[in-house]
Design a protein around this ligand. Structure first.
Ligand SMILES: *Cc1c(COP(=O)(O)O)cnc(C)c1O
Length: 222
């Protein structure tokens, strides 16, 4: 099946990038992004050992959670506050905490259900209007405020690079996220995760310190 051979190629490229970066092979988590992916392909990668998947829409995530309850589901897309309740208890990590109103809602829902949401703070480094996320200069105060909320565990940072022809052109985006992490770590040692890199640019992201890459089309297309 071509999905499996794609998956194996992506895994090997991850391994090579880890080695190039002088990092221990196996330390970068591959998150398979399953948006618009048919059930049978999710089942196939699941059987091939992939246990963590990402979705960018609540409705899809909830549907796939019911189909694949053993998969650890990640919410990677923009999250509307009125949909937070639907994913409570169904996500292991939210990659897209991008505003205070969402933090407040997550906290409220978490406290009422006696759960905690694990979340990454999304940063918009490119300044593109079409992308969500905090401005780098807003990050420190935001992290400080969110870390006071009992219903949210912040675990790191996430970014999306602009779409470019050559991944090298967005190396600075990944390097900048890593630099922000390095600055925050002394005060917030819990910010261990860097979710960055997609099909087009995951190797460069790994070289710059990603420990979660979110890969869809390189696995599921073609
Ligand atoms: C779709 C998506 C991805 C995966 O993109 P590919 O280019 O298909 O690998 C990663 N992150 C987010 C937030 C996405 O929406």
């Amino acid at each position: 099946m071509s999905v499996i051979s794609n998956l194996r190629k992506v895994q090997e490229r991850i391994r090579q990038a880890e080695i190039r970066a002088g990092r221990q092979p196996g330390t970068v988590k591959l998150l398979a992004v399953t948006k618009n992916v048919p059930e049978e392909h999710i089942k196939a990668i699941n059987e091939a050992g992939i246990r963590e998947c990402g979705e960018n829409r609540v409705q899809e995530l909830v549907k796939k959670y019911d189909l694949f309850p053993d998969v650890k589901w990640h919410m990677i897309g923009h999250l509307q506050t009125n949909k937070v309740k639907q994913i409570a208890g169904k996500v292991v990590l939210i990659h897209s905490l991008d505003r205070w109103s969402l933090a407040e809602t997550l906290n409220k829902v978490a406290l009422s259900r006696r759960i905690k949401f694990n979340a990454l703070v999304q940063v918009n480094l490119s300044g593109e209007k079409t992308k969500h996320g905090l401005k780098p200069q807003e990050l420190k105060d935001f992290v400080g405020e969110v870390s006071q909320l009992d219903g949210i565990n912040i675990q790191g940072l996430m970014t999306m690079a602009p779409f470019v022809e050559k991944a090298e052109e967005v190396r600075w985006v990944f390097r900048s996220l890593r630099e922000l992490q390095v600055k925050l770590i002394p005060a917030y040692p819990e910010l261990k995760l860097l979710s960055m890199g997609m099909s087009n640019d995951f190797e460069v992201a790994i070289e710059e310190g990603a420990n979660i890459v979110r890969v869809g089309s390189a696995i599921f297309k073609g």
